[in-house]
Design a protein around this ligand. Structure first.
Ligand SMILES: C[C@@H](N)C(=O)N[C@H](C)C(=O)O
Ligand SMILES: [Zn+2]
Length: 232
């Protein structure tokens, strides 16, 4: 009973609507599962576990290049991958559940205006001071365990080689060209974004209009709770 009350207290949303931090210490306690336990062949390039990302170094909380999601979100994503496989297409995952400490790392990075090392690749048209909010959330839905950053791949007839579709920007390009319905994208790039959106919406995911790659399972399994379990 004591344990149950502690868990409930630890996950109660605050009165101002900000999500509460779960007391879970492990993925298991949080109900997070590795997507590869449900979709063993799904392609992953977990950017924040390495240095090829807008921070330019591995991000706090990513101890391994893995994708964890709350079970309902992982099951829905595995269904998307299975449906695409029948069309010789697939998913390529960049980020999934994001620990709260990783988001805190992003916020520190965004506040360090002297560090402009990744500007040419990640925000060439924007001032770094504009990134926090629309493009990098100070409290991210990713920490609630049902949000994914990903793209779609096209495979050959034997599914031996798959390559990412041209979406108009690379992942985590911060600027209007990344907005899903950007008029700057070509008709082909729009068609590819729509293919991804249709595949994800069929299983209940909703796109974030500012970023063609960002999807959330709706309704979210735990909308008022964020987690800070390391990815490992
Ligand atoms: C940072 C980018 N990949 C992303 O996920 N942006 C949204 C707004 C977020 O931080 O939740
Ligand atoms: Zn995202």
């Amino acid at each position: 009973m004591l344990v149950l009350s502690a868990l409930l207290l630890g996950t109660q949303a605050k009165a101002d609507g900000t999500p509460a931090l779960s007391s879970a210490k492990t993925a298991d306690q949080a109900g997070l599962v590795d997507i590869r336990s449900l979709a063993p062949d799904i392609a992953e390039d977990i950017k924040y576990a390495g240095s090829d990302n807008f921070v330019g170094r591995p991000v706090d909380g990513y101890l391994a290049p893995k994708c964890f999601l709350l079970k309902p979100a992982a099951e829905a994503l595995a269904r998307v991958e299975r449906d695409l496989h029948a069309q010789h297409r697939g998913l390529l995952i960049f980020d999934c559940y994001r620990p709260a400490r990783a988001v805190a790392h992003f916020v520190r990075w965004a506040g360090d205006l002297a560090d402009q090392r990744t500007k040419p690749k990640h925000y060439p048209t924007l001032d770094k001071s504009a990134l926090l909010g629309d493009y990098i959330a100070p409290v991210s839905g990713h920490s609630r365990g049902a949000t994914i950053d990903l793209t779609m791949t096209q495979c050959d007839a034997h599914d031996a080689h798959c390559k990412p579709l041209d979406m108009g920007t690379s992942f985590d390009y911060f600027g209007t060209l990344a907005n899903t319905e950007s008029p700057q994208a070509t008709p082909t790039q729009h068609a590819h974004r729509e293919l991804l959106r249709a595949a994800m919406e069929r299983e209940g995911f909703r796109n974030y209009a500012m970023e063609w790659w960002h999807y959330t399972l709706t309704p979210e399994p735990t909308p008022d709770t964020i987690y800070d379990v390391p990815v490992q």
